[in-house]
Design a protein around this ligand. Structure first.
Ligand SMILES: [Zn+2]
Length: 114
């Protein structure tokens, strides 16, 4: 594995992180989006998956220490998330230029093209 792949993964990851933050309804979260395993509310919160994902990825320092394999896993989860947030309109257009579709194509390239 080469360094460029890792920096590409980090770039992909940063975009997904912003998307997930935007999609979370933080106004209703007593922990401002930080997963708290001791709060029962967090365990039953409908934002569980995204929130746990965020929590695992919150500090960029620790993200940079992650291995390429770990980052790949995180970007794979994010790929599912981004894809499920798109309407069929996007998915049916092969050359859609919106930032989500561009991200998805880049993610596929980086995840499967190495
Ligand atoms: Zn699109």
């Amino acid at each position: 594995m080469t360094a460029p792949v890792k920096s590409q993964l980090l770039e992909l990851y940063e975009f997904a992180r912003k998307r997930i933050i935007q999609s979370m309804e933080l106004r209703h979260c007593p922990h401002a989006g930080f997963y708290n395993p001791t709060d029962d509310q967090c365990l039953f919160c409908h934002q569980g998956m995204e929130c746990v994902w965020m929590n695992h990825n919150d500090e960029l320092v620790s993200v940079e220490e992650k291995s390429v394999e770990e980052l790949r896993q995180q970007v794979l989860i994010a790929e599912d998330f981004i894809r499920s947030s798109l309407t069929p309109y996007h998915l049916s257009r092969r050359k859609c230029q919106c930032e989500n579709c561009l991200w998805l194509r880049k993610a596929q390239e980086v995840l499967r093209g190495e």
